[in-house]
Write a protein that binds this ligand. Structure first.
Ligand code: T1G
Length: 697
């Protein structure tokens, strides 16, 4: 099916781009546009041309599904299309009704005139994919909008509403109503007035101190985005626009683009872009599965997690009944929520009026009788199965038929929880990450009996509350925590072998993690892990653990909340200060183990931590707990502080080469301290490595 429609309206030809879902400028669409232009040139009855987009976008830019495929570079390239538009002997008017992004905006900049509807989202978001506008955006945009505005748009990638461009040369008209009709009228008027064929490339960049401004922008880009080369490259391309004739500027832009598109950072960002969208697709749940209406919610537990979860619903305008057992716990929870909102107001993220509006959406209660009509209830009580059982038996009694019963458990068996009710099909896991109103990740745990529409509804709800929903099967720790447990075991083993907690943290933070394992444990509370290990010692006696963390807990050093953990903390402060008490404890523990401490390199530390994640991730994949490797990556990018520029543990392993990963694991296995079986490659990893394949295909 052709990806463009061609029609004539009187003496104006209209070329409509039609490549759902967002008119990505793939090879088929590019060919259709060039074909349409040729037809219009050849038709003497046609005096002008309008280009517009069908569906929800004018164009979302180059078709990123074509990236790194031959089609992306096949002629007619986007450059060829834009040159054909700009070189048309008849005026070409872009009619922009909605999103015009990336190559879509660049295509519009090649037109002689541009008419936009108010509210249209205009952006050059390429930098968010680790690249830069590669079809003239860095050369043309600064010619039609002020240099500061153009630079900010290109370096940030942020969308700007069309009406903000009033007074600039980007749009010849910004209209309410039917933008195609407006563009047709504009085209006829331009012909009648013989307005010629103005080209953006012929305009000059006016700025009294462009060089100084751009140098400042370059320095800022280099210091702020030190792990990403794209922002600085964007500024360099704009410098070329200011300094060089148009064609030379275009050549410089091309050179920078071709470099960026091959960088690991860009591949990581594109992987995350697609991974986020792929995560919401469940093979056995049709995309058009009817959803249950979620107009109201209830949250059980007003503690840190329950309060944060309630805020997610309120932020999406969904009223919440917040249930606690004791008035003081309820009051404390409400006060914390109010404090969080007032902090946001103090930072200018909302008004005090917004605070009141949001607080008014929360109805506190001490009685289960008040929550029965909620469309979804999320339990966020203590992580203890008997407590969960009590809650779910009660929910089964009071909740209306069809209500979704969600548990916020972080490790417990969702199937067992579902079995406490007579409606296991309505039970699902919604594992939020602390702080629940901030962290993007929502691990959605699908029970054996969870109904497909419950899963589809929960995935849709995750988008509504602005979370990245990733589906997990039921196992101990689901995806994220099951993997982090192996990561933490390796961290403990390395401290027993000779590394200090601060060396381990520093090494992985240099790799790009937001926080190393020991600082993270002190933040989350060392007692949380201790509680799980004590359960594990009973359930999984085969699993060998390093004992450092237990020894720290036995001293009551639970981390920031007790002023000391693996580090010590000044009262009211969060700075992790190495503590000689811990050094001594480690030294004594090594002696008990009969271990002579050895020096570990940062490289060994980083790769033992990361490959511990990768090996467990491979097991999770082959057990079908995770549907795809990119889901695992999305969990680590949005819930565990894995550095975005590395794309997640599984993509990082792919970029190392799985063959090399398996070989490196052999080196680690040569040092059998802790658990010799730890480094046995998961069968899937071994097979992919042997076949020269990767996790992400
Ligand atoms: N190409 C192909 N598919 C795209 C796409 C694109 N550019 N953008 C989105 N999609 C798919 C997406 O995968 C999803 O697919 C569906 O559209 C709906 O997306 C030379 C080289 C446009 C604002 O970075 O910001 O141009 O899951 O859920 O919320 O300089 O998508 O339905 O199968 O996000 O309404 C630059 C990225 C490309 C734009 C729409 N352009 N896209 O948001 O829908 S590089 C971008 C977005 C470039 C040139 C360079 C958003 C959107 P599926 P969605 P949405």
């Amino acid at each position: 099916m052709s990806q463009t429609q061609y029609a004539t309206h009187g003496d104006v030809a209209v070329i409509t781009m039609n490549n759902p879902p967002v008119n990505g400028l793939g090879h088929g669409l590019r060919t259709g546009i060039v074909e349409g232009l040729r037809r219009a040139q050849a038709d003497s009855a046609v005096k002008a041309i309008v280009i517009t987009g069908a569906g929800k976008a004018f164009s979302g830019g180059a078709d990123i599904r074509e990236f790194n495929t031959p089609a992306a570079l096949a002629e007619p390239s986007l450059h060829t299309v834009i040159r054909a538009i700009e070189g048309s002997a008849k005026p070409v008017v872009a009619a922009i009704h909605s999103v015009a992004m990336g190559g879509g905006l660049e295509l519009a900049l090649g037109c002689h005139f541009r008419v936009a509807a108010t509210g249209a989202q205009i952006a050059l978001p390429e930098v968010k994919l680790g690249i830069l506008p590669g079809a003239g955006g860095t050369q043309r945009l600064p010619r039609v909008v002020p240099l500061e505005m153009a630079t900010n748009m290109i370096v940030s990638g942020a969308p700007v509403k069309s009406e903000k461009f009033k007074g600039t040369k980007l749009f010849d008209e910004i209209v309410e109503g039917d933008v195609t009709e407006a563009a047709l009228a504009f085209a006829r008027k331009a012909v009648a007035e013989n307005r010629g064929l103005p080209k953006v490339r012929d305009l000059k960049i006016e700025h009294e101190d462009a060089e100084a401004f751009l140098q400042f922008s370059l320095n800022t880009a280099k210091s702020v985005a030190k792990n990403f080369p794209a922002p600085a490259a964007c500024v360099e391309a704009i410098q070329a626009a200011v300094r060089l004739p148009f064609e030379q500027g275009m050549a410089r832009e091309r050179e920078l683009f071709l470099h960026l598109v091959q960088t690991p950072e860009s591949k990581a960002l594109r992987h995350a872009f697609f991974g986020e969208r792929a995560a919401s697709k469940v093979p056995d749940v049709p995309a058009d599965t009817p959803l249950r209406a979620i107009k109201s919610a209830a949250v059980i537990g007003a503690g840190t997690m329950g309060g944060g979860i309630a805020m997610n619903f309120v932020n999406a305008g969904i009223p919440v009944k917040l249930l606690e057992m004791k008035q003081e716990a309820l009051d404390r929870g409400l006060a914390t929520i109010r404090k969080n909102y007032e902090n946001s107001a103090r930072k200018g993220r909302m008004t005090m009026d917004d605070v009141e509006k949001r607080m008014s959406l929360i109805a506190p209660t001490l009685s289960y009788d008040d929550i029965g009509q909620a469309d979804i209830v999320v339990e966020a009580v203590f992580e203890d199965m008997p407590v969960k059982e009590q809650v779910f038996r009660k929910l089964d009694e009071v909740m209306k038929p069809g209500a979704i019963l969600a548990t916020n458990t972080s490790t417990l068996d969702v199937n067992q929880i579902a079995a406490f009710t007579r409606r296991p099909q309505d039970v699902i896991g919604t594992h939020f990450f602390s702080p629940a109103n901030v962290m993007k990740l929502l691990e959605i745990v699908r029970g054996e009996k969870t109904a497909k529409d419950v899963l589809a509804t929960t995935l849709a709800l995750s988008k509504t509350i602005r979370k990245t929903g990733v589906v997990s099967g039921v196992c101990d720790g689901f995806i994220g925590n099951r993997m982090i447990e192996q990561y933490s075991r390796q961290a403990g083993y390395m401290v027993e072998e000779g590394a200090s907690p601060q060396q381990v943290d520093r090494a992985i933070e240099k790799f790009g993690f937001a926080m190393g394992p020991f600082r993270m444990s002190d933040l989350a509370g060392n007692d949380v892990g201790w509680y799980i290990r004590k359960r594990r010692y009973v359930e999984r006696p085969d699993m060998k653990y390093p004992k450092i963390a237990d020894k720290i807990c036995e001293l009551g050093r639970f981390g920031q909340k007790t002023g000391a953990g693996f580090y010590r903390y000044e009262p009211g402060k969060r700075d992790a200060i190495p503590d000689p008490v811990v050094d001594k404890l480690i030294e004594e523990h090594r002696k008990e183990l009969g271990l002579e401490p050895r020096k570990l390199s940062d490289d060994e530390i980083v790769h033992r931590l990361i490959f511990a994640l990768v090996n467990e991730g491979a097991k999770i994949l082959e057990e079908g707990i995770a549907m795809r490797a990119s889901d695992i990556d999305m969990i680590y990018l949005t819930g565990y502080g894995f550095p975005l520029f590395r794309g997640g543990p599984m993509l990082y392993a792919d970029q190392c080469g799985l063959y090399n990963v398996v070989n490196r694991m052999k080196d680690f296995a040569a040092n059998p301290h802790g658990d010799p079986s730890f480094w046995t490659p998961a069968p899937l990893l071994a097979k992919l490595a042997a076949d020269g394949k990767s996790f992400n295909g």
